[in-house]
Design a binder for this molecule. Structure first.
Ligand SMILES: Nc1ncnc2c1ncn2[C@@H]1O[C@H](COP(=O)(O)OP(=O)(O)OP(=O)(O)O)[C@@H](O)[C@H]1O
Ligand SMILES: [K+]
Ligand SMILES: [Mg+2]
Length: 670
C-alpha cells in the first residue's frame, strides 16, 4: 500500500468525482459550507432573473448576459464540489486497496471448525499455520510465527510476532510464513481500526476539525460582512442615479466572499488524511493529524520503539560465593511461566528444560512494569528476577547485603547499553543476567531531522538510568527519563501540557497505554499490544518510531496549505474590487474612471471577467489543495511567513493579470 505515486487525476476517479459534483448540489449537503451555500442562493436568483429577462424584463440587461452570469455561478459551485469529490475519490481508491486485505478469509477455530472471517467475534480464538492468511485483527495468545505484513505495509521483509511481549498483535490480511499461532480476536466485525479509517478517508464519517470549524465561522463572518457591504451599495447607487442590476449585485458579492478557500477547504482536510494513509499511518481523526503539525515534544518508549525490542539474554554472571548452576536454576525457574521475550530468552540461553527441576505446588509471579520483577514461589523457596533496584529492595529489606561484585557487574552491563536482571533466592542475590537489545538502524539521522523541525525528543523507559543514558546517547535523543513507571510517563506528559506544550507519544506496550491516551498525538505501533492501539489516536503500520516526522510534516503541510489558500483567497478581493466597482458606477460617476486601472473593455465584460476568474481559480488550485504546500524543515513560523508572503502577494497580483486576460477574450464576444 506504499504510495505508488499515481497521478493526481486518474480517469476513473475523475468520472466518479464529476458525477458527485452534481450530487453535492443538493442544498442539504451544501448547507454545511456557508460560503458556497450563499453562492448557491445567488445562483438560484440568477436563474430566476434569466427567465425574467427571457420573458420580457428590460431593466436587468440582456437575457444572454444574465444567463451567462447564472452559468458561471453554477460552474463555481460545481468546481468547488469537484474539489471535494476528487479528494474523496482519491481517499476511496486508497481505502479500496486496504479493503482488499479485508476480504473474506476462512478461519480455523480451536475445535477444528472452519468459519468465515466475517463471522469472527471479539474474543473468539483461531489458529493459523504456515501459509494461512490471518482472518482478522487479534492478539497472539500462544506461539510465535514469522509473518508477511506486506499486504498492509508494502514491506516484504517478514516480521516475528509472538505471544506475551509487546509484539503480540497481528493484522487481518497478513500471512503466516512459518510456525503456528493461536490468535484471540480483538475487534468486532467491521469495527477494526482499518475499517474506521476507511470510513474516514471516504468522507462518510469525517467530522470537521476544530480548526476547520473556526475557519468556517470566520469565512461565514466575512460572507455576512460582504452581504452588508453589497446591500448598502444600493442607496449609494440610487443617490448617484446609477441603478445596479441584480446580476451586478450578485456578481460583486460572489467575487468578494472567500469562495476560493470556501470551495477548497474540505478537499484540503480530506487530502491531509489521505496523505497520512499513504504514509501507512492510520488515524482516528483529522484533528490528530492537524495537532501533529504543532507538536513541541515527542516522547518515545525505549524497548521496542528505539530498540528492536527482542531483548535477549546473553550471559549469566553469578555472585562470588554462588555456583553458576545455582544461578541458572533460579533464573530458569523464575522464567518458567514468564511469557515475555526476556523470560523466553533466558530459558533459551540456559538450554535447560525447566520441567527437569522438581517443584511442588508452584506459584508464579508474573512480570509487571510496576514491580519490575517476576518470579516463582514454592515450598519454602522464593525466587525473583528483576531490575536491580527492585531486587536490591527485596534483599536489603531482609537485612541481607547486596554483593559489591553484583553492583559492579550491573554498572558494567548498563553502561554498555544492556539491561541487567538481578536474580534472588530467599532474599539473597545470586547473580546477574545480561539482556541485550539493538538500536534500530538509521534512527540518529531521523532524530536529527526532528530536532531541525524544532521538536524535542525524550526517551522514557522503565530501565535503569545507566542503560537509559547509553541508549539515549547512541540514538541521539535530546533527553531521557529512566525507571519510569506507566503513570510516570503519563505524568511527564501532563506536566509538559500544563506548560503549554503539545506532546506526542510513540509506544507499543500495555504500559504505554495511559501515556498514549494522555498525549495530544498518541501513535501506537501496529505490532504493539491491543491496549496501546486503542489508547492512541494513530497506528503506524510500519512500526517506525520516527514516523512522527512524516505525520508532523503532513500536519504542518495541512495547516500551511489552509493558511496560504485563505490568504490567497482574501487577497484576490483587491483586484476584483478594482474590476467591479468602476464597472458599476462608471456611467453615473465618470470620476471613477481613475479606479479602472485595468482598463477593462466594458462594464458587462468587467463583471463577467471577474466572475469567470473567481470560478476558474478553484480548479486551478485543486492540485495544490490536494498535494499540499511544499514543506521544508526551516522552522514553522519562518515557513509560514514566507508562504504567506508569496501567496498574499500572488493573491493580489494574479487576479489583475487573470481578469485582464479574460476581459480581452470576453470582449470579443460582447
Ligand atoms: N520478564 C521480566 N522479568 C523481570 N523483570 C523484567 C522483565 N522484563 C523486564 N524486566 C525489568 O523491568 C524493567 C522495567 O520494564 P518495562 O517494560 O517497564 O520497561 P522497559 O521495557 O525496560 O522499557 P520501555 O518502557 O522502554 O519498554 C526492565 O528494565 C527490567 O529491568
Ligand atoms: K470570491
Ligand atoms: Mg517494555
Amino acid at each position: 500500500m506504499k504510495s505508488d505515486n499515481k497521478s493526481l487525476f486518474q480517469k476513473d476517479l475523475l468520472n466518479e468525482a464529476f458525477k458527485h459534483s452534481f450530487v453535492k448540489l443538493n442544498p442539504k449537503l451544501m448547507f454545511r459550507n456557508p460560503v458556497m451555500f450563499t453562492v448557491e442562493i445567488g445562483t438560484a436568483v440568477m436563474f430566476v432573473v434569466s427567465l425574467w429577462t427571457l420573458f420580457g424584463a428590460t431593466n436587468q440587461g440582456s437575457f444572454g448576459y444574465n444567463f451567462s452570469v447564472f452559468l458561471i455561478l453554477l460552474l463555481t459551485l460545481l468546481f468547488a464540489n469537484f474539489a471535494e469529490a476528487i479528494a474523496e475519490a482519491r481517499g476511496k481508491a486508497q481505502a479500496d486497496s486496504l479493503r482488499k486485505t479485508r476480504e473474506e478469509t476462512p478461519a480455523r477455530l480451536e475445535n477444528g471448525q472452519i468459519i468465515s472471517s466475517s463471522q469472527l467475534k471479539k474474543g473468539d480464538v483461531f489458529i493459523c499455520e504456515a501459509g494461512d492468511a490471518i482472518a482478522t485483527d487479534g492478539e497472539i495468545i500462544e506461539g510465535l510465527a514469522t509473518i508477511d505484513e506486506s499486504a498492509i505495509t508494502g514491506e516484504s521483509a517478514p516480521v516475528i510476532r509472538e505471544s506475551g511481549g509487546d509484539k503480540s498483535s497481528v493484522t487481518g490480511g497478513t500471512k503466516v510464513l512459518s510456525d503456528k499461532i493461536k490468535v484471540k480476536v480483538t475487534t468486532e466485525p467491521g469495527e477494526s481500526f482499518l475499517d474506521k479509517m476507511i470510513a474516514l478517508v471516504e468522507g462518510a464519517s469525517r467530522q470537521k476539525t476544530p480548526n476547520e470549524i473556526a475557519l468556517t465561522i470566520l469565512l461565514a463572518g466575512f460572507t455576512l460582512v460582504f452581504i452588508i457591504v453589497t446591500v448598502t451599495l444600493k442607496p449609494f447607487a440610487d443617490y448617484a442615479n446609477a441603478p445596479i442590476t441584480i446580476a451586478s449585485f450578485i456578481a460583486l458579492f460572489v467575487c468578494l466572499i472567500p469562495t476560493t478557500i470556501g470551495g477548497l477547504l474540505s478537499a484540503i482536510g480530506i487530502a491531509g488524511m489521505d496523505r497520512a494513509l499513504r504514509a501507512n499511518v492510520i488515524t482516528k481523526s483529522g484533528k490528530a493529524v492537524e495537532t501533529a503539525g504543532d507538536i513541541d515534544v515527542l516522547l518515545l518508549d525505549k524497548t521496542g520503539t528505539i530498540t528492536i525490542g527482542n531483548r535477549k539474554a546473553t550471559h549469566f554472571y553469578p555472585a562470588n560465593t554462588i555456583d553458576e548452576k545455582q544461578l541458572i536454576r533460579a533464573a530458569v525457574l523464575s522464567s518458567m511461566s514468564d511469557d515475555t521475550p526476556e523470560g523466553k530468552s533466558i530459558i533459551e540461553l540456559a538450554g535447560v528444560n525447566p520441567l527437569s527441576f522438581q517443584v511442588d505446588e508452584p506459584h508464579f509471579i508474573q512480570f509487571s512494569a510496576e514491580t519490575r520483577s517476576s518470579g516463582i514461589d514454592f515450598k519454602n523457596t522464593r525466587i525473583r528476577k528483576g531490575s536491580t533496584d527492585a531486587i536490591r529492595n527485596i534483599v536489603e529489606k531482609a537485612d541481607n547485603v547486596f554483593p559489591k561484585e553484583i553492583e559492579e557487574k550491573v554498572k558494567e552491563i548498563s553502561s554498555n547499553g544492556g539491561t541487567p536482571l538481578v536474580v534472588s533466592e530467599n532474599e539473597k542475590a545470586l547473580g546477574v543476567i545480561e539482556l541485550q537489545d539493538i538500536i534500530k538502524p538509521g534512527i540518529q539521522e531521523r532524530f536529527e531531522r526532528l530536532r531541525k523541525m524544532g521538536i524535542k525528543t525524550v526517551m522514557v523507559t522503565g530501565d535503569n538510568p545507566l542503560t537509559a543514558k547509553f541508549i539515549a546517547e547512541k540514538a541521539g535523543v535530546d533527553d531521557f527519563i529512566a525507571e519510569a513507571k506507566p503513570e510516570d510517563k503519563m505524568n511527564y506528559i501532563k506536566k509538559e501540557q500544563a506548560e503549554g506544550r503539545l506532546v506526542a507519544m510513540m509506544g507499543d506496550g500495555t504500559n504505554d497505554a495511559p501515556a498514549l491516551a494522555q498525549a495530544d498525538v498518541g501513535v501506537a505501533m501496529n505490532s504493539g499490544t491491543q491496549a496501546a492501539k486503542e489508547a492512541g489516536n494513530m497506528v503506524d503500520l510500519d512500526n517506525d518510531p520516527t514516523k512522527l516526522i512524516e505525520v508532523v510534516e503532513i500536519g504542518k503541510q495541512l495547516l500551511m496549505t489552509r493558511g496560504t489558500l485563505t490568504t490567497f483567497s482574501i487577497a484576490n478581493d483587491v483586484a476584483k474590487y478594482f474590476a467591479i466597482i468602476p464597472a458599476l458606477f462608471i456611467t453615473a460617476i465618470p470620476a471613477l474612471q481613475s479606479l479602472n486601472i485595468m482598463n477593462l473593455s466594458s462594464p458587462q465584460s468587467a463583471i463577467l471577467s471577474a466572475v469567470i476568474f473567481n470560478a476558474i481559480i478553484i480548479p486551478f488550485l485543486i492540485p495544490l489543495a490536494l498535494k499540499g504546500v511544499a514543506y521544508k524543515p526551516i522552522g514553522a513560523s519562518a515557513l509560514l511567513r514566507r508562504s504567506l508572503f508569496i501567496y498574499g502577494l500572488g493573491g493580489v497580483i494574479v487576479p489583475f493579470i487573470g481578469i485582464k486576460l479574460i476581459d480581452i477574450v470576453v470582449s470579443l464576444f460582447i
